[in-house]
Design a protein around this ligand. Sequence first.
Ligand SMILES: NC(=O)CC[C@H](N)C(=O)O
Length: 206
Amino acid sequence: MVTGDLVVGVLALQGDVREHLHALAEADALARPVRRPEELDTVDALVIPGGESTTIGKLAVEFGLLEPIRKRIADGMPVYGSCAGMIMLADEVLDGRPDQQSFGGIEMTVRRNAFGRQVDSFEAGVTVEEIEGGPFHAVFIRAPWVERVGPGATVLARVDEGPAAGRIVAVRQRHLLATAFHPELTGDLRVHRHFVEMARAARTAD
Ligand SMILES: NC(=O)CC[C@H](N)C(=O)O
């Protein structure tokens, strides 16, 4: 249905929007911020940035984006979420605020600020299935981890080393991809390139 370059939106309500726009442009996608339902209509795929999931959810309601994004997800729009974005893609959120909202879509239960009980931020080696080139130097900032996934979701990565070794930190469910870490902050473009490829494949399949 769509011709020309792939347009990937970045949900621009709160969080590290600029870093994702930059990483997507480097990964050869046309990247643009999305704040309004009309802007959502113009994108082929969407990135939900890291930031504060409670705030992103609240603003999504205020800006009239919660239901439109849920509908696009149900209709097969490719979405990638990092950290707070991972929380927004989870069907179930533990340790959320009472008014915590998520778009859902991935059959997974995430725990907010899961590592944060010991330490607010840390870096660790993470090997991501489906992405070649060796382990990521992954940055976690008040990150969630995934406690369990349902049958529709595939675990792509666990922390390789340290006290959190074995914790699930990357998941894919068909057109939806989520990482608990922030590749947009480290200049390693492999996750964004992988997502852009997923989005191009989804568009060709339409
Ligand atoms: N770096 C992040 O995106 C942190 C996520 C944040 N702790 C939340 O619950 O939304």
